[in-house]
Design a protein around this ligand. Structure first.
Ligand code: C2E
Ligand code: CA
Ligand code: CA
Ligand code: CA
Length: 284
């Protein structure tokens, strides 16, 4: 048993080494990958729970690595944050997404404008160019600020002082929506919400998962009900993520959530897919 344990330990060690090497390799490859155009964006629809219509999409970045294939953001966003590459990468994602939103609008105005949600990392928040870059990108694409929603995680804003909130306030004043992402996973100080320039709460997937069981845990139901009531009383819209079944969607609709996102509607996919979904939706 002892030697098996030893082997296991060595194996774990080797795996840790391999991971570290890959991590190092990926980190050093990031800048060239951005220049060579190895990143691409998938879009996942945001659906109105009341009438089922597609209202927009969240942009989710991927890396088509020449050796490792498609890598999800969890593999490289932390590395990009660590090296600061997240600033130019995030700017690229924003520019692509806003241009995509423009293209959707052109082909699709009958069903109303589709909105675009883009994730913002904490490093981008503290970068002095954020507001100007965003203004420039919107202007270049001819997209109105109210078609854009920037998603910031709750943890990035915990204990945020006024300096950190200033650029978000500026953007919110211009009409850009700010969403509080992964809401309910941090040390949510609900009273703090009033201070933040947010207009959307994105309820974390863990809440959606607890709606899987039927009947759902009555305490979970109460919590979601309470969050929705509080959000609405503060004029915030509630989006739920990770909806995988119709039962979850129905439960969350009854609880008063406004918008939903998840595999039940569509996995993240290429931009043409969103166009098709929105079009079918408009026709039906
Ligand atoms: P997130 O912002 O919370 O995005 C939602 C994640 O849940 C996405 O994972 C999405 O593919 C996944 N998802 C959507 N529907 C379902 C579902 O029904 N069930 C389950 N199990 N999962 C679902 P993804 O694409 O791997 O992205 C992971 C995280 O990476 C994102 O979490 C976000 O924090 C970050 N990320 C993605 N794109 C960007 C970006 O452009 N910039 C920054 N800073 N972060 C990004
Ligand atoms: Ca997000
Ligand atoms: Ca989220
Ligand atoms: Ca998340």
């Amino acid at each position: 048993a002892k030697s098996a344990g030893g082997n296991r330990f060595e194996l774990a060690d080797a795996e840790a080494d391999a991971r570290a090497i890959t991590r190092h390799g990926l980190t050093t490859a990031l800048p060239a990958a951005l220049e060579r155009g190895e990143f691409f964006i998938e879009y996942q629809p945001l659906v109105h729970l009341g009438d089922g219509s597609v209202r927009g999409a969240e942009a989710l970045v991927r890396w088509l690595h020449p050796q490792h294939g498609v890598l999800g953001p969890d593999r490289f966003i932390p590395l990009a944050e660590h090296t600061g590459l997240i600033v130019p990468l995030g700017r690229w994602v924003l520019e692509q997404s806003v241009r995509q939103a423009r293209a959707w609008r052109e082909r699709h105005d009958a069903a109303g404008p589709l909105r675009i949600n883009v994730n913002l990392s904490p490093c981008q928040l503290t970068h002095p160019g954020l507001v100007q870059d965003t203004v420039d990108i919107l202007e270049r694409a001819g997209v109105a600020p109210d078609a854009l929603c920037l998603e910031v995680t709750e943890s990035a804003l915990i204990g945020a002082d006024d300096d950190l909130l200033k650029p978000l306030r500026r953007l919110a004043e211009m009409g850009v929506d700010i969403a509080l992402d992964d809401f309910g996973t941090g040390y949510s100080n609900l009273a703090n919400l009033r201070r933040l320039p947010v207009s959307v709460l994105k309820l974390d997937r863990s809440f959606t998962q607890s709606m899987q069981r039927f009947p759902a845990d009555p305490v979970d139901l109460k919590i979601v009900e309470g969050i929705v009531a509080l959000a609405h009383s503060l004029d915030l819209a509630v989006t739920v993520e990770g909806v995988e079944t119709g039962a979850q969607a129905e439960q969350l609709r009854i609880l008063g959530c406004d918008t939903a996102q998840g595999w039940y509607y569509a996995r993240p996919g290429p931009p043409e897919r969103l166009h098709e979904l929105a079009l079918v939706d408009a026709a039906g």
